[in-house]
Design a protein around this ligand. Structure first.
Ligand code: FAD
Length: 499
């Protein structure tokens, strides 16, 4: 009998009788899995493997998994995860592949689970929708639009459901809160293959822990999201400003944080400043949205028009069309790196940071394809309160009281991975200096958003001690053998007590 046949026989026995097989190298883990679920495996060296493995937004996220597993049902995920735990096989899970952190959703020495085949979309009679973990937000908005429904979720078409484990900034966030707070049920495959539903009445601790706890507890196979009713059309588009208008835009975006987003919760704006190293040009291009069937710009959004955009695509439209429009320019295949931190909205600090980022960016503009992006993204008191009302999360934002928070995003793009060493450490140092400045100016809030954090940022630590203790207790209950700590590299891990 060949080694592969022995391995396959053991796998079948293991799967049938729950027998543990000794730890095996990744290639043998692939053989074990193939023995149980042969049609769902893409082997290294095949063209399908290469296509699927390159399907990441950032080229830095493309690694070399030993094989790729593409399940089509929660039961298949369950069989695989049990087998991985029993055999100590390393693995990674990919949703929409938009994390730029290398190793968050891919692996060099394990099996990559891709979720594309988990694509159920099913409305319930209880103002909710079940969504498979492999869907993108564009697909979801396309499905829900004809029913005049939507969900609190991502704003860009190809982004995936990993967003529902970190936080989730949305078109509807000022009114309904973060995306995680609108997850009614997580369907989770635990370390031992058990499939459970975590919601407010069943496994409520796990439900809360997943709202910010990321990939530390299980593989999510389906999400039940609260739906909201939308009108026949909504109002939105993109407003573009050139360099000469930027000072006025800075005023408008501050007012948006502390006034408009607070007082007219149907608005949403994502202010984005971009610096193009090749042309040495700085622009602002901001997605803008109003949840109402309007035929002209509402008063709440008029300041963005008064700031004289050189292009303005606002019109009556559909959410799916906006998700498509906003994603243009965020193509695949380039190196992407992101970092973030949070402040209380402060006009002078916003100006200081953006000015200093522009100065810093100038020093790297010779790097091929160099591009810098900076965003100020409000989380209003109502958005935080919505989270509390819907059962709470673990992000630790409640203490912000009646002040609007702003999540500051810093992103870099360039062509070649060979430039990484020249850029990444200096970028980290720059953003850390801005965090120090925020502390000096007394505007820093501890929160660090999972979805936009750099690989070495202390995301979970920033949730605060009480939330960390809670997460550790839940971890003990739902992943006692540490499958999602030891076998899944993932995004950010729960720190040890006393971090
Ligand atoms: C162009 C662009 C637009 C964006 N727009 C928004 C936005 O509007 N709002 C916002 O809040 N964020 C936004 N983000 C950030 C986004 O939320 C994160 O990148 C998020 O991680 C994307 O999820 P994903 O499924 O696409 O990513 P992936 O890289 O596939 O996954 C991210 C993390 O989640 C884990 N994960 C994914 N699926 C599962 C699963 N089923 N079970 C367990 N773990 C899983 C992965 O292992 C990984 O650690 C955007 C990012 C980009 C690049």
């Amino acid at each position: 009998m060949t080694l592969q046949k022995i391995v396959k026989t053991l796998a079948v026995l293991g799967a049938l009788y729950g027998v543990s097989v000794a730890a095996l190298p990744a290639a043998n883990c692939c053989s074990l899995l193939e023995a149980v679920l042969p049609v769902n495996i893409l082997s290294i060296g095949t063209s399908n493997y290469t296509t699927v493995n390159n399907d990441y937004w950032s080229s830095s996220a493309v690694l070399s998994p030993s094989c790729i597993f593409s399940p089509t049902s929660p039961q298949e995920v369950s069989q695989a995860v049990k087998l991985f735990t029993d055999n100590q096989c390393k693995f990674a899970v990919r949703g929409g592949g938009h994390s730029s952190v290398p190793g968050a959703a891919n692996t060099n020495d394990g099996i990559l689970i891709v979720t594309e085949g988990l694509n159920e979309q099913s409305l319930t009679n209880e103002n909710s929708v079940w969504l498979g973990a492999g869907l993108t937000w564009g697909e979801v908005y396309g499905y829900l639009g004809p029913y005049h429904k939507s969900v609190v979720a991502g704003r860009y078409y190809p982004v995936g459901t990993g967003l529902l484990l970190g936080a989730g900034l949305s078109f509807f966030g000022n009114e309904y809160g973060l995306a995680i707070d609108n997850v009614k049920t997580y369907e989770v495959v635990l370390y031992n293959g058990t499939i459970i539903h975590a919601n407010s009445t069943s496994h409520p601790d796990l439900h809360r822990a997943l709202k910010g706890g990321g990939d530390n507890f299980g593989v999510i196979t389906r999400y039940e999201l609260i739906t909201l009713d939308t009108p026949d059309w909504i109002w939105g588009g993109m407003v573009y400003y050139n360099q000469s208008q930027l000072s006025q835009v800075e005023d408008v975006l501050y007012d948006y944080h502390v006034d408009i987003a607070v007082n007219d919760v149907k608005t949403h704006v994502l202010p984005q400043f971009g610096f193009n190293g090749t042309t040495n040009e700085t622009l602002n291009f901001s997605p803008i949205f109003y949840n109402g069937a309007l035929n002209s710009t509402p008063a709440a959004l008029q300041p963005w028009v008064d700031a004289q955009p050189y292009k303005n695509t606002m019109r009556p439209t559909q959410v799916v069309d906006l998700a498509t429009e906003f994603d243009a320019g965020f193509g695949y295949g380039l190196v992407q790196v992101q970092r973030t931190f949070t402040v209380y909205a402060d006009k002078q600090f916003f100006r200081d940071v953006w000015y200093q980022f522009q100065v810093w960016l100038q020093g790297y503009k010779q790097i091929p394809g160099f591009y810098g992006l900076h965003c100020n993204m409000p989380v209003t008191p109502n958005a935080v309160q919505q989270g509390v009302l819907k059962g709470g999360n673990v992000l630790g934002m409640e203490g912000a009281g009646n002040r609007t928070l702003s999540i500051l995003y810093f992103g870099l793009t360039f062509n070649n991975l060979s430039d990484t060493d020249a850029v990444f450490p200096a970028f980290a140092t720059f953003v850390e200096s801005m965090m120090s400045l925020a502390e000096q100016q007394n505007v820093r809030h501890p929160y660090i958003m999972w979805s936009y954090a750099g690989h070495d940022e202390k995301v979970i630590e920033a949730y605060g001690e009480e939330n960390n203790n809670f997460l550790r207790r839940v971890k003990q209950d739902y992943d006692p053998v540490g499958t999602f700590t030891n076998l899944v590299s993932g995004g950010f891990k729960l720190p040890a007590p006393g971090y």
